[in-house]
Design a protein around this ligand. Structure first.
Ligand code: NIG
Ligand code: FE
Length: 420
């Protein structure tokens, strides 16, 4: 088959191949190719592997664009499966407050935190919110994030959550990245409902889910102290499952609050945060094949020191993914490479486990694993050329953006030679 794009002489090619999400040894044992190549036709990968084997399957013609990747590493595009990317305002004042010792929960209880961003978001026009979101998507692209999930959660009323969903939908239509959309109407109890919690749950489990069918991929709930209880989350998520939504859960972030349990029980696609999961929760997650999405940037930024027990997940054979959790309160980090850096230092993941967690497993955490997340024939050609001779440089050169070229659907969409 004729190649439109041929990436040649790759010093280290890391294809991250796997059927389904990788777990246990599958996630741990590195598989890298020295002296590799990748051939692309249209938006698809036609061959990837050792240079000679790729040349047998792909034909190079005068029309083929050949990129010499000597001294470079090629990996799948990063997938960020947990972001709160759409919001107005910022919370640097809260950051300063927390640096002085006030806790996240204390700020949340005083009406700050999430509710502060809700006020700022409600006060911003659709156009301004869309511009802000598009800007963030461009920042992510240059950092190598070629697909991601975006949650609502700063509208917190039927109308406002719907408005945010429509803005995400418009951004998705314009963005270069593949986007999964998550409804997080149950992110915090809005102050208007302080004395009628059940009413809010009723709306979120009822008319909200009815109205968003068809263009929302996932429904998520923040189940924790200061947010929603096990029973409340269960009510919303059970109905969401009945209507055919994929399920996600902010689980056991601030306390052990039966989040992993509920995720496993309902067969959620992912359970996220998991800094305090119960044994029972882990068993149930393992049984249901739920992906553990870990967010070390949040623990780092909150300064709590409570990192998720990542090694336990790997030992139990639960697939581990990583995400930024980008949001204006607990983690304003954009870079998946930085998350990989934090994960090897604080979660105890190896660089290879962390790479799998940021590509193939992250793709499975947003049900895109059949299409993206690895470099193998038939898959969409989403990949990164890194200015490094090994993927280990991602956490090693912590803080430097190694991404030299971003290829999305077979096209160069950003490169240090030709910035878009
Ligand atoms: O994932 N935990 C809940 N949601 C976010 C925080 C959002 C915020 O503080 O604005 C999180 O950490
Ligand atoms: Fe989050």
């Amino acid at each position: 088959m004729k190649a439109d794009l041929f990436i040649d002489n790759i010093e280290e090619l890391v294809p991250v191949v796997g059927k389904g999400p990788l777990s246990g040894k599958g996630q741990s044992i590195p598989a890298v190719i020295k002296g590799g190549a990748v051939a692309i036709s249209g938006d698809r990968i036609i061959a990837a592997g050792g240079r000679d084997s790729v040349l047998k399957k792909a034909e190079i013609t005068d029309g083929t664009l050949v990129i010499d990747a000597s001294g470079k590493t090629v990996i799948p595009g990063f997938v960020d499966p947990h972001t709160h990317l759409l919001y107005g305002g910022c919370r640097h004042w809260e950051f300063e407050e927390r640096l002085k010792g006030t806790t996240y929960l204390e700020i949340l209880k005083k009406g700050g935190g999430i509710n502060d961003t809700v006020r700022a978001t409600r006060n911003e026009s659709d156009e301004k919110l869309l511009d802000g979101l598009m800007k963030r998507l461009r920042i992510l692209l240059k950092l190598g994030t070629t697909s991601l999930e975006i949650k609502t959660g700063y509208g917190l009323s039927f109308q406002e959550e719907l408005r945010l969903l429509k803005i995400i939908k418009r951004a998705k239509a314009r963005s270069i990245q593949d986007v999964a959309i998550t409804l997080l109407g149950a992110h915090a109890l809005p102050p208007e409902y302080r004395d009628r919690r059940e009413n809010y749950i009723q709306i979120m489990a009822g008319e909200m889910l009815d109205a968003t069918r068809g263009f929302v991929d996932f429904v998520d709930v923040f189940q924790d102290v200061g947010a929603f209880t096990y029973e409340e989350a269960r009510k919303i998520l059970k109905r969401a499952a009945e209507l055919g939504y994929g399920l996600k859960l902010h689980a056991d972030e601030l306390s052990s609050s039966r989040g992993a349990e509920l995720a496993g029980e309902l067969g959620a696609v992912s359970a996220d945060h998991l800094t305090h999961p119960s044994e029972k929760g882990l068993e149930l997650m393992k049984k249901s094949g739920t992906v553990a999405v870990l967010l070390p940037g949040t623990t780092f930024f909150l300064g709590s020191g409570q990192y998720a027990p990542a090694r336990k997940f790997i030992d139990m054979g639960i697939p581990v993914a990583l995400a930024t959790d980008h949001n204006p309160g607990t983690c304003p980090i954009y870079s998946m490479a930085e998350i990989i850096g934090l994960s090897v230092r604080f979660l105890g993941l190896t660089p290879y486990e962390a790479l799998v967690a940021s590509t193939l497993n992250a793709a499975h955490a947003i049900k895109m694993g059949e299409k993206i997340g690895s470099i193998e024939p038939g898959k969409q050609a989403d990949l990164l050329i890194l200015d490094a001779h090994s993927y280990v440089h991602i956490p090693y050169e912590f803080g430097r953006n190694l991404v030299e070229t971003v290829i999305k659907r077979g096209k160069i969409v950003w490169s240090t030679d030709y910035p878009a």
